[in-house]
Design a protein around this ligand. Structure first.
Ligand code: CTP
Ligand code: MG
Length: 706
């Protein structure tokens, strides 16, 4: 059998979504988490507090310095018109240390044209990796990876609402329990592979909103509604007004539930009770909105219908989540049928594992291999001989010197290459200037030549008709005029015919004279323009020698340019080479960083091992249980210091060894309270809740496939 007759899921799909499949294919009841054993909650809380201590934004410093670096770059590129602001988890305090760096680029004055392309070009020059432009999105984005720190970065353009919603999330996360709860759900979603919007699941942001909704709905609420009450604040973007009111006043919750108990109720709520067909997650409302009233009811096929090939239509509002400021934005818009099935599978899986008393760690088992640090920071060093470790340490220190030298030589090579590149660009620019100069001469020469041509034709045309020089015509005119106007000799009068002939001759002379003047003027202008034309020709000739001069001058100053073909293509080749060098530099930097980190770790271990040895030799050493407890230690801070080779106290080292300083750090977790009707009794009840209607449920009654 390959395909299930009831659900239409193939064997592969059944294996991919086993929990969901078992509920869809048979009438298995969904476990209820209403009554959970109290001891289980206590254990789960202990486990969570351990995980929370391990989670630290170890990359916070890298994020900060990368933000500073990019800000400087962008400001230089856009002549201080640019403004760069961080948003998302790096400012909300909701970072697991694995998330991306979200930056918003906005402009104080006018937004430059083709800004995305310019930003991408700049990043390319900086040697960033995997640069991707997304220009057609509502908010254009450039995505890339910083090759030095390995951080994934999103630079979005004019993403103003995100700045404000991040501020609000920061307000919510100010409360320790809220922050830790969100971190745990983000931890679960990230390890189970359901927090990647571009792969068709939900963004971290959407999960954060679902968390807040849950915490607003507990009784009494753990989280407030920060959009009700407080000062009204409107923001207009592209003619649309958004209510970005955010009441940041402190909120004291009367709810005493522990994190574990809140997590259990979260899965209970969203895996079974939440009707995605009727309810819209809305934190600005503080409770779900009615999907029908909001006109966000699910349209299109069910995810199951798409994954089983029954439909290819688009689904809409598959698990509606309203953006707190942009109320028309459903964050489930990105969820694809596969993603919806996987999300529901994960809800079902968590529900089952919790009901079976499995640990939070098991629930959060990563679906993919995660590059995690081992539980014990020094696990591989414990069995090793200290002297041998010291030898290794020396080797690594000399290796780091080599790496540094390599970096230095690469940096110099890149600098030289960049200088040459700038030179090439400059040369091309100078050449271009000469060329544009020539272009402008030519553009002036063209009409000039036409005018000269025109004048020549006018002049020659007249001269062809009138061969007599102007002076002669004038003399003849004077003579005729005098003869025609002299006193009449009554004894010697001309015949009328003769007199008429003289008059018409005189008129003709007049016309000839006018034309001749015109011809003279045309000739004068012709001469003037010819002179001008000659000057322009000379200037044109000069540009050729200028070009040569520019080249000779540059080659004289920079002999490395000799033999290089000064062509835009050559510039590209040099650019490519420079990028390659930058990549090599980045690789060496990471190598150096890793070596430093490892040196720090080995040195720390040698200190611990040596001090232990000394302690063992001391006769008066007290029995362990009588020794003073190590003071509380901020384990994340210590780990960061250890990783960068910094120094720390023995107490801190001890805490490090125990990873989380279980013995030294007093647990601050809340105890679960009597308020919880969720107190657990052994033995699990089965509930009659259905599988989430949206992800897998089949419409109407279950029917067997033929
Ligand atoms: N954002 C948004 N609209 C979305 C997705 C994200 O406005 N559809 C904004 C929010 O301001 C959010 C920020 O982008 O805080 C970052 O989103 P995301 O990376 O999903 O959340 P993070 O909290 O940064 O999670 P991670 O640590 O996994 O990066
Ligand atoms: Mg982010």
């Amino acid at each position: 059998m390959t395909t299930c007759r009831t659900t239409g899921l193939t064997v592969e799909q059944q294996e991919r979504w086993p929990f969901l499949y078992s509920h869809l294919s048979s009438d298995i009841e969904i476990p209820s988490l209403i009554e959970v054993d109290e001891q289980f909650i206590i254990e789960m809380d202990k486990e969570i507090s351990k995980i929370l201590k391990q989670i630290g934004d170890g990359k916070a410093k890298s994020r900060e310095s990368l933000t500073r670096h990019l800000t400087g770059l962008l400001q230089r590129r856009f002549q201080r018109n640019a403004k760069v602001q961080a948003f998302g988890s790096s400012i909300t305090g909701l970072s697991l240390g694995t998330g991306d760096l979200d930056l918003c680029l906005s402009f104080k004055k006018e937004q430059p044209k083709k800004v995305l392309r310019k930003v991408a070009g700049l990043l390319r020059e900086e040697g960033m990796m995997d640069i991707q432009q997304i220009p057609k999105a509502k908010i254009p984005i450039v995505k890339f990876t910083d090759s030095r720190s390995g951080l994934d970065v999103d630079i979005s353009i004019e993403n103003r609402l995100a700045i404000y919603n991040s501020q609000m999330l920061k307000g919510y996360a100010q409360d320790k329990r809220v922050r830790e709860f969100i971190l745990m759900i983000k931890y679960w979603a990230s390890r189970r592979g359901i927090n990647t919007a571009f792969e068709g699941t939900l963004s971290s942001y959407a999960w954060t909103l679902i968390c807040i909704q849950h915490l607003q709905m507990t009784n009494p609420p753990v989280a407030p509604n920060r959009q009700k009450g407080g000062k009204k604040n409107l923001l207009e973007i592209n003619g649309v007004s958004y209510d970005i009111s955010n009441d940041s006043s402190p909120f004291e919750s009367k709810n005493q539930q522990t994190l574990a108990s809140l997590l259990i109720s979260f899965f209970d709520r969203f895996a079974t009770r939440w009707d995605w067909n009727e309810m819209v997650v809305s934190i600005r409302n503080g409770s779900p909105l009615n999907a029908e009233k909001k006109r966000w009811t699910h349209t299109g096929p069910l995810p199951l219908e798409v994954v089983t090939g029954q439909s290819k239509d688009r689904m809409e509002h598959v698990m509606p989540i309203e953006d707190p400021f942009d109320h028309e934005h459903d964050l489930s818009r990105v969820v694809k049928p596969d993603g919806a099935m996987t999300i529901q599978e994960e809800f079902m899986r968590a529900l089952h594992l919790l009901s079976e008393g499995k640990s939070w760690k098991q629930i959060c088992t990563p679906v993919m291999e995660i590059d995690e640090e081992p539980e014990d920071f020094f696990h591989d060093l414990r069995t090793q001989n200290t002297d041998l470790l010291k030898v290794r340490l020396d080797e690594m220190k000399s290796e780091i010197t080599h790496v540094e030298e390599h970096i230095q030589s690469l940096v110099t090579e890149r600098q030289n290459s960049k200088e040459l590149l700038d030179l090439l660009r400059g040369t091309l620019q100078e050449k271009r200037n000469v060329k544009s100069n020539r272009q402008s001469i030519l553009s002036e020469l063209r009409p000039l030549s036409m005018k000269v041509q025109e004048l020549r034709q006018t002049r020659d045309g007249i001269n062809d008709r009138i061969a007599i020089p102007t002076k002669r015509i004038h003399q003849e005119m004077v003579r005729m005029f005098e003869s025609l106007t002299s006193e009449v000799d009554v004894f010697n009068t001309q015949s009328l015919g003769r007199e008429r002939g003289d008059f018409s001759y005189f008129f003709e002379l007049q016309a000839m004279y006018k034309a001749s003047i015109e011809s003279n003027e045309a000739h004068q202008e012709f001469i003037r323009l010819r002179r001008e034309q000659n000057k322009e020709y000379k200037a044109l000739k000069d540009t050729n020698s200028q070009e040569e001069e520019v080249l000779n001058r540059l080659i004289e100053k920079n002999p490395e340019l000799k033999g290089i073909n000064l062509h835009p293509k050559t510039v590209k080749e040099f650019q490519h080479n420079s990028n390659k060098l930058q990549k090599s530099i980045n690789i060496q930097y990471s190598k150096k960083h890793e070596l430093k980190r490892e040196i720090g770790r080995i040195e720390a271990w040698i200190r611990i091992a040596t001090s232990k040895g000394n302690q063992r030799q001391r006769k008066d050493s007290k029995p362990r249980e009588n020794r003073r407890q190590a003071p509380a230690v901020n384990i994340n801070e210590v780990r960061e210091r250890a990783s960068s080779g910094g120094s720390f106290s023995l107490n801190e080292l001890d805490a490090l060894m125990a990873k989380g300083g279980i013995s030294g750090i007093e647990s601050t977790q809340r105890s679960s309270t009597s308020n919880q009707s969720e107190r657990r009794k052994s033995g699990r009840k089965k509930s009659v809740y259905r599988v989430d209607p949206r992800q897998g449920r089949k419409r109407g009654k279950k029917q067997s496939r033929k």
